[in-house]
Design a protein around this ligand. Structure first.
Ligand SMILES: *Cc1c(COP(=O)(O)O)cnc(C)c1O
Length: 375
């Protein structure tokens, strides 16, 4: 058995083994109920990194009773992005014109308490060989698909041989230009990034990774080594972060995380406003919190360290990017903007009044085409 398999097999999956929870029998009993609704998994590597109750790692993986509160909140649902509604075949989401999300499995190295797919993760029999076969078949039959995101679950929990087979099948589809792997493995089970895995992955370029990091303390020496191995075999590395109350909802933590990622050759890609998923409400923040963090990043640190802040639109509208307001006024004559220091600048465009990106000659600009004015 390899180290990562051992770490996975020694996962905490039961309430009685959870670290840093109240001793009372009554509390544990109630927590059992949470565990019945939403599985628990903390692999032994990740468990070792948890320093105490309420630390940012603890909050991401240890269940609390608040998860059950949401059953009475009507605006929270089990599938807030309506993924099931965009599945032409089981476990493949085709939402955008040219790319799809394909679930490779539904197991993860840890189970995140804020998971957007809380309805599926850790339950048996959801993603099967047959759903995977149908998914790959669908991509093969749809030439407009040029980009596949392998997701789950976590695709890297699939055994090497099986992963090799799946990647090989995807690569045999001529119109599929790029393959992306969405994974939390490098940051939560770094021993999984083995020489053998790397020798498989590097056969399938152009292959991109979008990893998942929420707090700078996840970048341990083991994790940094795993990232280096992936970067060294030429995989462009990206990272996605979920904005979480009490974990990373302050600018200093986010800035440290983004800078630390860049140092490890990982390009921050998205910060997600937390989805309206049942059982996760206690970890959400306001949208303004995310905008404030963006304001504190933009201009204050390397542009490369600044990801896009997005809301994945409830009901299946896809990701929508949000920016703090930088446009004070936008008329035909000029655009008035403000920079990261709050200084104001005027940009004249009086000679290009009738210009527009698509070449049409509108005599008056349409309001909806203009940048939004601050309230
Ligand atoms: C996020 C997502 C994608 C990929 O979006 P990009 O903005 O291209 O990274 C594709 N399909 C679904 C269903 C998604 O949720």
């Amino acid at each position: 058995m390899e180290l990562w398999q051992k770490q996975l097999s020694q996962s905490v999956v039961k309430v009685k083994d959870l670290p840093f929870i109240p001793e009372s029998d009554e509390y544990r009993k109630k927590l059992e109920e949470v565990g019945e609704n939403y599985p628990i998994r903390i692999n032994s590597y990740f468990l070792e990194q948890i320093k105490g109750p309420n630390d940012p790692l603890w909050k991401q993986v240890v269940p609390t009773l608040e998860e059950l509160d949401d059953f009475v909140q009507e605006d929270l649902i089990s599938d807030p992005l309506n993924e099931e509604g965009d599945m032409p075949v089981p476990e493949l989401v085709h939402r955008y014109p040219d790319r799809v999300l394909l679930m490779i499995n539904n197991q993860c190295p840890i189970v995140c308490r804020f998971c957007t797919r809380k309805r599926k993760i850790g339950f048996p029999g959801i993603v099967t060989r047959e759903t995977l076969r149908q998914g790959i078949e669908y991509i093969r039959n749809h030439p407009e698909i040029r980009d596949v995101i392998m997701s789950g679950g976590d695709p890297l929990l699939v055994p090497d041989k099986e992963l090799d087979r799946i990647l090989g099948e995807l690569r045999s589809i001529p119109h599929l230009e790029i393959i992306r792997i969405g994974t939390r493995v490098p940051g939560t089970l770094p021993a999984r990034i083995t020489e053998n895995l790397c020798s498989i992955l590097k056969k399938y370029h152009p292959l991109y990774f979008n990893m998942h990091f929420n707090h700078p303390s996840e970048l341990t020496p083991e994790v940094e080594k795993a990232c280096a191995m992936l970067a060294d075999i030429g995989i462009p590395l990206g990272s996605q972060t979920v904005l979480l109350k009490g974990v990373n909802d302050d600018s200093a933590t986010m800035k440290e995380l983004m800078q630390k990622l860049l140092k490890n050759r990982v390009k921050p890609y998205y910060i997600y406003q937390a989805d309206m998923t049942e059982g996760t409400d206690h970890l959400r923040t306001s949208v303004q919190k995310g905008l404030d963090i963006m304001k504190d990043l933009m201009g204050h640190t390397s542009g490369m360290a600044v990801p896009y802040f997005v809301i994945d639109a409830p009901g299946g509208g896809g990701k929508v990017r949000l920016l703090p307001n930088s446009v004070i006024e936008h008329t035909e004559e000029e655009v008035v903007i403000t920079n990261y220091e709050g200084k104001v600048f005027r940009y004249s465009q009086r000679n290009w009044k009738n210009d527009s990106a698509n070449g049409s000659n509108k005599s008056t600009p349409q309001n909806q085409d203009m940048c939004q004015l601050p309230a």
